[in-house]
Design a protein around this ligand. Sequence first.
Ligand SMILES: Cc1cc2nc3c(=O)[nH]c(=O)nc-3n(C[C@H](O)[C@H](O)[C@H](O)COP(=O)(O)O)c2cc1C
Ligand SMILES: CCCCCCC(=O)C(=O)O
Length: 372
Amino acid sequence: MAGTQASPPPQRLADFETLAKRKLPEHVYSYYRGWAGDGQTARDNCDAFKRYYLLTRVLQDVSKQDTTVTVFGSVLDFPVVIAPTAQHSLAHSEGEKATAKAAASMNVGMVVSSWTSYGIEEIVEAAPQGVKWFHLTLQKDLARNKALLTRAEQAGCTAVVLTVDQPVARRLKRKGKLAVAPDNWSLPHMTFDDAPERGTVSYGEYIYSSMKQPITWDDVEWTKTNTSLPVVLKGILSAEDAKEAVKRGLDGICVSNHGGRQLDGVPATIDVLPDVVRAVEGRLEVYMDGGVRTGTDILKALALGAKCVFVGRPVLWGLAYKGEVGVRQVLQVLNDELRVAMAHTGCSKVSDITPKLLLRQSCVGCHLTSKL
Ligand SMILES: Cc1cc2nc3c(=O)[nH]c(=O)nc-3n(C[C@H](O)[C@H](O)[C@H](O)COP(=O)(O)O)c2cc1C
Ligand SMILES: CCCCCCC(=O)C(=O)O
C-alpha cells in the first residue's frame, strides 16, 4: 500500500540528534546536550578527532572484519560500551530497560549509571544476557555504597565504574543558560535522607547533597576493598593520575572529561589518550569517551591505545528517537562505519589497529616535506 513504507534509519549519528531534538521537551534536550562553561571542551572532544587522518592500506584481504574484543573476560561484538548516563526515562518511558535490550542485542557493553530511572535489578531482568557494568557515584552514606555494590554484584554486573571527576558541584550550561535535569525524576539508587527539603534549595544543590564530594584515593581504596569486581576509574585525564591508578592496583581507567560537562577548558580526550596509554605501560585497561560520533572515531581511539570506547549522548538521541530500536540503529551505524574504516586501513581484526594508521594534522606538513 502506498505511503506505508517505513522510512530508512538515519545514516549518521548527527541525524539522530536532530530527530531526538524534535521529540524531546526543550529542558530535557538542554540537560542531555549541556556542557560546562562555554562548551569549548564539549565541542573540542568531537573536533579533535578530525585532527587525525587515517592512512589507507590497500591490497589486503579484508573480506571479513573481526571487530570482537574481550573486556574483563566478556566478548563484545565490537569495541563499544554505552557510557553511564542519568535518567533515560526522560528520553523514553522504557528508559534504561530499552537501552539495555538494544545493547544486549548488539552485544556491546552497558555501564548502568547510579542515576538511572530504573533499579539495577529491573534493568538486568529486561536484558539478562548483556554485559553490564555498574557505575558508582559515591554517596556520603558508606553503608548505602556498600549495599549498591552488593546489589550490582548480585544482579550480575561484571565490573564497577567509579566516577572520579566530580570534586565539586558543577555549573552545567547550554546556550549560556544553566541546564539541570528536570525534577520529575525517579532515582532508585540514590538516597536523600539528610538533603535539604526539596524546593528550599536549587535542584542542583539538592541532587549534589547526596554525593560524597570531594572523593579521594582513600575512597578508591574503599571501593576496591568493598567489591570483588574489577574497578575502573572514569574521569582520568593525566598521566600522573593514571600512574597512581596502576600503583593502587586498579583494573582499568576511562580517559574522560565527562563529555565536557565538568570543567571547560580541559583538553579533548583523544588528545590526552596517548600520554595516558604510555604512562600505564599496559598494566591496566584503558578506555576513552567524549565526542565519539563515527566508526572512524572508534578506529582512531583504538589506534591510540584504547581497548574500547564509551558512547554517551548519541545513545540518548537514539533512545529519544525510537526507544530500543533507535539505540540499536545508533549502534549499527557505528558498527557499519567501523567495519568500512577497518577495511580501508587494511585491518581484518582489532589487533591490526595500531598507531601506524594515523597521521596527526600538525604533522601533515612535516610528513609531506620529509618526503620531498
Ligand atoms: C545526560 C548525561 C548524563 C550523564 N550522566 C553520567 C553519570 O551518571 N555518570 C557518569 O559518570 N557520567 C555521566 N555522564 C557522562 C558520560 O558518561 C560520558 O562521559 C560522556 O557523555 C561522554 O561524552 P559524549 O556524550 O560526547 O559521548 C553523563 C553525560 C550526559 C550527556
Ligand atoms: C538526575 C541527576 C543527574 C546527576 C548527574 C549525572 C551526570 O553525571 C551528568 O553529567 O548529568
